[in-house]
Design a protein around this ligand. Structure first.
Ligand code: COS
Length: 401
């Protein structure tokens, strides 16, 4: 990475700086040995195993279950995703899904679920997944229609479909959200851990996307589960989903930063070596303007990502607004930075096999998954309006006293 000066920012401690440096050199050596973009299933299985053997997946679970720290250290998660994404999109994906796929268990699961599911994930011996989206409910989570119906005193049965499920088809277990019916809308959902081999769960279809990774539609037909598989209380599924996304949305921003920094570095080295009109491309002021805009955008996005991560690590109960800002700004900026890098590369930039072409495909989904940019705008505006409401209520209380 040409400019790693952000590591000296006060958001970080020395343990973070060491983590990022050692992971960067590990990834430089290891990732290309195991990644084959033409076989994403095998690549992700190998990546999870290698990340586990390297000890890197300890960052996604708490210390008591084989992890690094007593609770999530969001700065470590962000640095891991940024560093891995800089190297390769699939490496970031494999790491991120181990975290998102067990995040609900870490944050809301019973002791029994934690001890059963977290240690193998930290060792890279089990693959995790998070199944929230449905064909008719992606952004509008409360509209989901997969049902969890009581089946005897201690069981539920799941019926419905989940789609765009990352690691669908290769995961060993899924955290699945379903309508359990305690109340209408957001208050009537619950979350369950479903083992991949549970009868009634099938992979209906694999989905191919512009930056391929394991992705599928899952079908649940009379999929019977003991209630002990529920994550959190009955009707708490929406809170479980949103609480998990509050942690992981900042990390999506971090992955976008990794892609953007790589595009920046590719553009810088190309612009300084490619000759045009008898001089390096980087001598042209238009190129310099582009590089300056790219670098400034990257730093601004990084400040928002690490502000959100630091705020959570300082003990904030919710970082809904900060995480939404970080995710939105970093993914949108990364898309623009990569696009400009491609422009600097010219015809070479759109050529298959060239890194900026890969980055151009890799970044696109990040503006959509874990809450599209438009959803982040709704979340940010609602949080601001809530603050105003709180302030008005406080003012009228003071006036009444
Ligand atoms: N943490 C804890 N609780 C939260 C929360 C959070 N981050 N966000 C909302 N809640 C609570 C609310 O406080 C509310 O409870 P109260 O009524 O007791 O106040 C309840 O959950 C319902 O919230 P809200 O009214 O905001 O629900 P909506 O259905 O209107 O939510 C959005 C709308 C768009 C915010 C939500 O559906 C969302 O984030 N969608 C995107 C989901 C997503 O990321 N999809 C991609 C799939 S993962 S790849």
């Amino acid at each position: 990475m040409i400019d790693a000066s952000f590591l000296s920012w006060p958001f970080f401690e020395d343990r973070h700086r060491r983590f990022a440096e050692v992971l960067a050199s590990w990834a430089e050596k290891e990732v290309s040995l195991v990644v084959d973009h033409h076989d994403v299933d095998a690549s992700c299985r190998r990546l999870v195993r290698r990340l586990g053997e390297g000890g890197w997946l300890k960052a996604v679970v708490p210390q008591a279950y084989g992890g690094l720290y007593p609770a999530f250290d969001v700065r470590t998660l962000c640095l891991a995703r940024e560093t891995l994404a800089y190297r390769d999109g699939l490496a970031d994906f494999a790491f991120a899904m181990q975290g998102l796929g067990t995040g609900p268990i870490t944050l809301f699961g019973s002791e029994e679920l934690k001890s059963r599911y977290l240690p193998p994930v930290a060792r890279g011996e089990a693959i995790a997944a998070f199944a929230l989206s449905e064909p008719e409910a992606g952004s509008d989570v409360a509209a989901m229609s997969t049902t969890a119906t009581p089946d005897g005193p201690d069981h539920v049965r799941l019926d419905g479909a989940k789609t765009w499920i990352s690691n669908g088809g290769i995961a060993d277990h899924y955290v699945v959200f379903a309508r359990s019916g305690e109340a209408p809308g957001a208050k009537g959902l619950s979350a369950y851990v479903v083992d991949a081999e549970t009868p009634g769960l099938t992979v209906q279809e694999r989905i191919d996307v512009i930056a391929p990774h394991p992705l599928a539609t899952l079908r649940f037909e009379g999929c019977r589960l003991p209630l002990s598989q529920r994550v959190g209380g009955p009707g708490e599924g929406f809170k479980v989903a949103m609480g998990t996304l509050d942690v992981f949305r900042s990390t999506v921003g971090a992955a976008a930063l990794g892609f953007a920094r790589r595009a920046m570095d590719e553009a810088l080295s190309h612009a300084s070596s490619r000759k045009l009109f008898g001089a390096p491309l980087s001598d042209l002021q238009m190129t310099q303007g582009a590089l300056a805009d790219m670098a400034t955008g990257v730093d601004a996005a990084a400040l928002l990502v690490y502000r959100a991560a630091w705020t959570k690590d300082q003990g904030a109960e919710r970082v809904t607004r900060e995480a939404a800002m970080a995710k939105m700004q970093a993914t949108e900026t990364a898309q623009a930075v990569i696009d400009r890098a491609m422009q600097i590369f010219g015809g070479l930039g759109v050529t298959k096999g060239v890194k900026v072409e890969e980055l151009y495909r890799e970044i696109r989904a990040l503006r959509i998954y874990e809450g599209a940019t438009e959803v982040q705008k709704i979340v940010i505006a609602r949080e601001l309006l809530k603050m105003l409401e709180g302030q008005r209520a406080a003012t009228s209380r003071t006036a009444a006293e």
